[in-house]
Design a protein around this ligand. Structure first.
Ligand SMILES: C[S@@+](CC[C@H](N)C(=O)[O-])C[C@H]1O[C@@H](n2cnc3c(N)ncnc32)[C@H](O)[C@@H]1O
Length: 217
């Protein structure tokens, strides 16, 4: 038996996700077993190592050269160094030209309104992304949330399912001892976007739910 703290998911020290997010992320990957995966935002490689465990090959994107070493330590990952706004569309076009499709993507790069929209639009526009499961991290973050809401993903012709609170995020207590930067604000949360021409959504009642992160403390 593996004890909880010894599981690779709980034991990973350098991964910017909470435990619930981590295990949901791992469960998705273990079931999907993507041939080709994409990661936007590698940082210290925590999420990259988990994607690489389940994927055939991972194309990772980061603007910070310190991310390179984490991809180089894996034999099935390539780190594309530079601004994802430039590199991602280029690599997606190359994959399509080689007849390769993206099965899975994590969007966890720059958390601004414009950047998350640019990343999402690149994936939605790519011919390499047809039957692709996309996870967005930090959907409770105000700018990320607003950027994704304004894209009206539900109405995009490629989209079969959009769950912005697949794993709900957190709101930091409105506590005067905490810094202004985090106090009262919402962070984390995984959004799930499924692109699939064969997907037939079933009514699941999510429309009536209010995620915890949106409730007042
Ligand atoms: C939140 S961290 C990624 C965390 C990682 N996915 C994890 O779960 O451990 C965000 C990363 O995005 C990278 N980043 C920021 N702006 C970027 C851009 N324009 N293009 C590519 N990567 C960017 C940062 O360098 C940073 O490593």
């Amino acid at each position: 038996m593996t004890r909880f703290h010894q599981t690779p998911v709980a034991a990973e020290a350098n991964w910017m996700m909470q435990l619930g997010e981590r295990f949901a992320f791992e469960g998705l990957l273990a079931q999907l077993r993507p041939r080709i995966a994409v990661e936007i935002g590698t940082w210290e490689g925590g999420s990259l190592r988990r994607i690489a465990t389940h994927a055939g090959h991972v194309h990772a994107f980061d603007i910070d050269e310190r991310a390179l070493q984490h991809a180089e330590a894996l034999d099935n990952a390539t780190l594309h160094l530079g601004d994802a706004a430039v590199e991602l569309p280029r690599v997606l076009a190359e994959l399509h030209a080689r007849g390769e499709a993206v099965d899975f993507a994590l969007v966890d790069g720059l958390h601004t309104y414009d950047a998350v929209q640019t990343d999402a639009r690149a994936l939605l526009a790519a011919d390499a992304c047809v039957a692709t499961t996309i996870v967005f991290h930090d959907t409770a973050h105000a700018e990320v949330r607003r950027g994704l809401e304004d894209l009206q993903l539900d109405e995009h012709p490629k989209v079969g399912l959009w769950l912005p609170d697949f794993v709900p995020g957190y709101r930091v207590r409105d506590d005067a001892t905490l810094s202004e930067e985090i106090r009262g604000r919402a962070f984390n949360g995984l959004g799930l976007l499924v692109l699939d021409p064969d997907f037939r959504p079933q009514a699941n009642g999510h429309e009536a739910f209010i995620p915890f992160a949106q409730l007042r403390p």
